[in-house]
Design a protein. Sequence first.
Length: 91
Amino acid sequence: MRGIIRIYNLQTEKTLLITSENLSQDIQKIRFDLDLGNFSNRELQNEYEEQGLEIYTIEALLIAEKKENLNSLLRQGKEKLEELDVPFYEH
């Protein structure tokens, strides 16, 4: 399944949204990269190392239809969360 992954810090309420062509595989890869200290977003990686796995959720936020544009879906998801004043990790 394709869609948008949300990495959410339960303590700071910060969010990172990522497009994915394979949700289950990419969720596992994100967790693996975070555990090894190799995640591309350094701010999130540093917080993860300081605070630990327990305060994070990594989940499929939105599921895309086959022909749906993932970047458009990402924008829509971000706009909805911005309306709720959700803080974001910078890319």
